[in-house]
Design a protein around this ligand. Structure first.
Ligand code: HEC
Ligand code: HEC
Length: 189
């Protein structure tokens, strides 16, 4: 009896895995090594893509390909992608579940970060608790080190692909503000 049960469970798991594998776009195989299985990345400096807005992912891929956003890793990665492939990748990653990486926010810094976010009206664009909308990314629960890196990139104008919204916001933030915002944002969700 036990054996039959075990057999049934493994059959179900196998067919679930086969079904999931069918859903993964062919080109996603070359993304998972860095962005993680199901788009949950644990590689330093690498954003998770799980549950990110499809529209945002698609536009970033186009920006990397066309040189509006530059990164020595991602720019070449997008060179061979067609628009439909980008759309398919964006749809796939947006439908994955963002998992908690066990980030432990410093409560004092997170509280200061929240106060700064309220004062700077981040929610005007990113909505409450950074859930994002359309081409405005969800940042809640994003990897701490990536949030810090990308805010510093906006501040230093190394990342300029959003018509100046984020570069002007980031220019008002101190290094300490960025650190505090990182604790607040990465700890959300
Ligand atoms: C060798 C590692 C690596 C591979 C492979 C890789 N990426 Fe990336 N990706 C990165 C890093 C690192 C960044 C952060 C770039 C930065 O700091 O601006 C990034 C950024 C991104 C972003 C921007 C996300 C955001 O929140 O702004 C998207 C979208 C993305 N990658 C999609 C993909 C897709 C789709 C693939 C597969 C076709 C892929 N990446 C393959 C390392 C990788
Ligand atoms: C006027 C609208 C606006 C406001 C206000 C705003 N943002 Fe953004 N933010 C954007 C847009 C648009 C992007 C996408 C930029 C792009 O296309 O590269 C973005 C991108 C980001 C990213 C990069 C996410 C990623 O995955 O790479 C972070 C982090 C971020 N914002 C944090 C903040 C914080 C923190 C505040 C408040 C201090 C803030 N934003 C205020 C519009 C805004």
């Amino acid at each position: 009896m036990k054996n039959i049960f075990a057999l049934m469970v493994s059959f179900l798991l196998m067919s679930a895995a086969a079904w999931a594998a069918e859903e993964i776009p062919a080109k996603a195989a070359m993304c998972l090594g860095c962005h993680g299985v199901n788009g949950n990345s644990s590689m330093p400096g690498t954003p998770s893509l799980a549950a990110q807005n499809a529209r945002y992912i698609y536009l970033q891929l186009r920006d990397f390909q066309e040189g509006r956003r530059e990164n020595p890793i991602m720019s070449p990665m997008t060179a061979g992608l067609t628009r439909p492939e980008m759309q398919e990748l964006a749809n796939y990653f947006s439908k994955q579940k963002l998992s908690s990486k066990g980030f432990k926010a410093d409560p004092d810094k997170a509280a200061l970060g929240k106060a700064k976010a309220d004062e700077t009206l981040c929610a005007m664009c990113h909505l409450g608790e950074f859930i994002g909308q359309n081409e405005i990314p969800k940042v809640a629960g994003q990897n701490f080190d990536y949030v810090i890196k990308t805010l510093k990139d906006f501040k230093a104008k190394n990342r300029t692909n959003d018509a100046g919204n984020m570069t002007s916001v980031a220019s008002t933030l101190s290094e300490q503000d960025i650190e505090n915002l990182g604790h607040y944002i990465a700890g959300l969700n």
